[in-house]
Design a protein around this ligand. Structure first.
Ligand code: FAD
Ligand code: SF4
Length: 460
């Protein structure tokens, strides 16, 4: 047993070096670190960490195998419940899920469950003969999945294991959803995402990219083509804006567009067909993971100064603590208790400055966070070349508009009858951000898994 109160430290790229490259910031544990950290786990009989995991990974089970240096067995245990361990080990907010209830966290830091999951997955992929073999007995019934983000991939995997012929229809030319087009390379290398997706394809999941359901094909066409059920995991990719003057100026991006250009179109490489307007001073509006990713990407693209403009205080920032810490280490400037009221342009229509107002915090609102209130007369203007807006997203209305039988709520999220994801249309299920609005990778995976189980039950 390792009685250390703190987690084994994660090796990191030095901030002064990493701000000039898109390589991964966190370098992971080696086997010695992993075994030492695993030995902090008490293997609690009541397993609170497992119930706090949306896909119910047998956490003490896989940690037990790390202690015994059976890293392959640890991988098998994790992949019984999740086929994206290298992804989840990197980006899941474990601090608010499994690690938040870890018994070791009562006195000291919780066990580093996420880092251990990442170690197991990376160790597995580093071995030459590292295929994950699923035992599949085909039942020759076809299921269509719309969207290849974590919700769709998790649903596909669970249906595959149950013997279904699964086809994933993806609007973009590359699979992975936000894992591919949103989260930057320095947090989640695309080669890792592809390895986990290719694993599913090698097991027989059919992937049809460049296929927009609601345009290329309609939901009804899928049933006519013999699919017995459909799972919609189309995410929440429609950016919201602030509705202030100046949002249409050159140099204003939604974070989605900015990150898609950087990640998917590799705008940071010279001679790419999809360029990006590189500013010297960049202002990012918002305080979530998306805002941190946009700000840190802008810095790596060469901006001299990058500001995060957020209307509440540092305590309310919704981004993961590790991402905030890394952003601070890298020199991102946090303009807290500040809200933009206008973006100003030059005579050629390019952004030249942003006008903001200072805020103070009032009583807690319905979200439980203290409401930001304007301080009258505190307006000020700061010079900026680029404004990136990261104030939230909603689901794209394409499918719901072309399938009016699908009930949606005021925010455009698909309404489901229960947590199986069954929608108002027979044999159509939905899950992930398309149902909840912008949330997390593991919640999307949990939803995909529950729908897969329900689809199997109604078709059996
Ligand atoms: P998505 O990942 O959005 O995937 C939906 C897929 O459906 C996309 O590939 C899209 O192209 C496709 N699609 C959409 N419409 C159609 C259509 N009509 N036909 C066919 N295909 C369609 N979560 C975390 O847990 N940790 C993080 O660190 C984190 N960081 C984030 C950083 C950024 C920049 C962003 C944007 C999000 C982040 N999130 C993070 C949130 C997380 O990525 C999402 O909650 C998760 O990806 C949702 O999964 P999903 O499968 O529901 O949707
Ligand atoms: Fe181990 Fe923490 Fe889970 Fe207990 S709660 S089994 S200590 S990871």
């Amino acid at each position: 047993m390792n009685h250390a109160l703190e987690k084994m430290k994660m090796h990191l790229q030095d901030p002064s070096i990493r701000i000039h490259n898109f390589l991964e910031v966190e370098l992971g544990y080696d086997s010695k670190d992993a075994i030492l950290e695993a030995n902090r786990c008490l293997e609690c009989k009541h397993k609170p960490c497992v119930s706090a995991c949306p896909v119910l990974i047998d956490i003490p089970g896989f940690i037990h195998e790390i202690k015994a240096q059976n890293f392959d067995k640890a991988y098998q245990i994790i992949t019984n419940d999740s086929m994206l361990p290298a992804v989840c080990g990197r980006v899941c907010p474990q601090e608010s899920q499994c690690e938040s209830v870890c018994v070791r966290g009562i006195k000291g830091e919780s066990v580093a469950i996420g880092r251990l999951e990442r170690f197991v997955a990376d160790y597995h992929y580093d071995q030459k003969d590292s295929k994950c073999i699923l035992d599949i007995h085909k039942n020759h019934r076809k299921i269509a999945i719309v969207g290849s983000g974590p919700a769709g991939l998790s649903c596909a995997c669970e249906l595959l294991k149950r013997g279904y012929d699964v086809t994933v229809f993806e609007a973009l030319h590359a699979p992975g959803g936000v894992l591919t087009y949103g989260i930057p390379e320095f947090r989640l290398p695309k080669s890792i995402v592809l390895k986990e997706i290719n694993n599913l394809i090698e097991h027989g999941v059919e992937l049809k990219t460049n296929t927009v359901i609601g345009k290329t094909l309609y939901l009804e066409d899928l049933f006519e083509r013999g699919y017995k059920a459909v799972f919609i995991g189309t995410g929440a990719g429609l950016p919201q804006f602030m509705n202030i003057d100046g949002e249409t100026l050159n140099g204003v991006y939604s974070a989605n567009e900015f990150l898609t250009r950087v990640n998917l179109m590799k705008a940071y490489e010279i001679n790419q067909a999809t360029p990006i307007y590189e500013g010297s001073i960049v202002s990012v509006v918002g305080g979530g993971n998306v805002a941190m990713d946009a700000a840190r990407s802008a810095l790596r693209l060469g901006a001299k100064e990058v500001h995060i403009i957020y209307r509440r205080s540092i305590e309310e920032l919704p981004a993961r603590k590790a991402e905030i810490d890394h952003a601070i280490e890298e020199g991102i400037i946090f303009d807290l208790l500040t809200n933009p009221i206008q973006i100003m342009g030059d005579e050629e229509g390019f952004v030249k400055s942003i006008k903001c107002i200072k805020m103070m915090l009032g009583q807690a609102d319905e979200s439980g966070r203290r409401r930001p209130i304007k301080i009258e007369g505190s307006e000020f203007e700061v010079k900026t070349d680029v404004v990136i807006i990261a104030v939230g997203t909603t689901p794209n209305p394409l499918i719901s508009k072309t399938s009016p039988e699908l009930s949606i709520n005021q925010k455009g999220c698909i309404i489901t009858k229960d947590d199986t994801g069954l929608t108002s249309k027979a044999f159509v299920f939905a899950g992930g951000d398309a149902v909840t609005g912008a949330a997390t990778v593991i919640e999307a995976m949990g939803a995909g898994k529950k729908s897969a189980i329900a689809i199997d039950q109604i078709l059996s």
